[in-house]
Design a binder for this molecule. Structure first.
Ligand code: SAM
Length: 217
């Protein structure tokens, strides 16, 4: 039986990052351009992109729903894991983020595979049909997570993947006096996930922690 990995610290995570499939030149440039354009630096980490890529390939995913596009960094990682006729429907409420994402998606190797749906995910998700996706990735406003999960459990087919970012609440999950107002939302969501009969899920401690789950019924 393996032991708890209590020795893992920053140097270990740096090692893991250095030995994981990395961003190519386009993604490195995308991150830099997003910063120059003033987008907040809240995209997932490269090793989380690689994790999503592995999981989507294993799931044989063709249709993916994303909540929270930002600059399309994660959308590109995911689209690259799909077959040529695959599609990512990515939802973004901020017009400037959506504009940036569409500009760079059009110049990417997955042009035409990612649709940016503008608007509040709470509204847009309702338009997506039952069982119309093989996977979903939730990475937006934390207060909305319970509703997004409920919708994604309807939209993602049985056996499909549901991933959710920020399970470690920006590093403040266990802090007795957290400063980020979203920490209580993340804590509440982390209690909600294991109580879902329809989901088998685990927190993977990469980036800010990513829930990875499979819809089981
Ligand atoms: C953490 S960023 C997404 C990062 C992106 N998934 C990536 O890794 O490249 C969260 C995004 O969700 C968007 N957002 C926040 N609330 C939203 C809502 N209610 N509906 C849709 N998008 C929302 C924000 O504008 C922001 O662009």
């Amino acid at each position: 039986m393996s032991k708890d990995q209590q020795h893992l610290g920053p140097a270990w995570f740096a090692y893991i990052r250095d030995h994981t499939t990395r961003d190519d030149e386009f993604l490195v440039r995308l991150r830099r351009e997003a910063q120059l354009a003033g987008l907040p630096p809240i995209a997932i980490q490269p090793e989380q992109g690689a994790l999503l890529g592995v999981l989507l390939r294993l799931a044989g995913a063709r249709e993916v729903v994303e909540v929270g596009t930002l600059g399309a960094y994660s959308a590109i990682w995911m689209a690259r894991a799909l077959p040529e006729d695959g599609r990512v429907r990515s939802i973004e409420i901020d017009p400037e983020h959506a504009n940036f994402a569409e500009h760079w998606l059009a110049r990417s190797d997955v042009a035409g595979m990612v649709e940016v749906h503008r608007g509040d995910a709470a509204v847009v998700l309702r338009r997506f049909a039952d069982d119309s996706a093989d996977a979903a990735f939730i990475d937006a406003d934390k207060a909305g997570y319970p509703g997004y999960l409920r919708e994604c459990l309807r939209i993602v087919r049985v056996g499909g993947l549901i991933a959710v970012d920020n399970a470690l609440a920006f590093g403040q999950l266990l802090d007795p006096n957290p400063t980020d107002p979203d920490v209580p939302h993340v804590r509440a969501f982390n209690e909600l996930v294991p109580a879902q009969d329809a989901l088998t899920a685990v927190i993977v401690p990469l980036g800010d922690g990513m829930w990875v789950g499979v819809r089981r019924r």
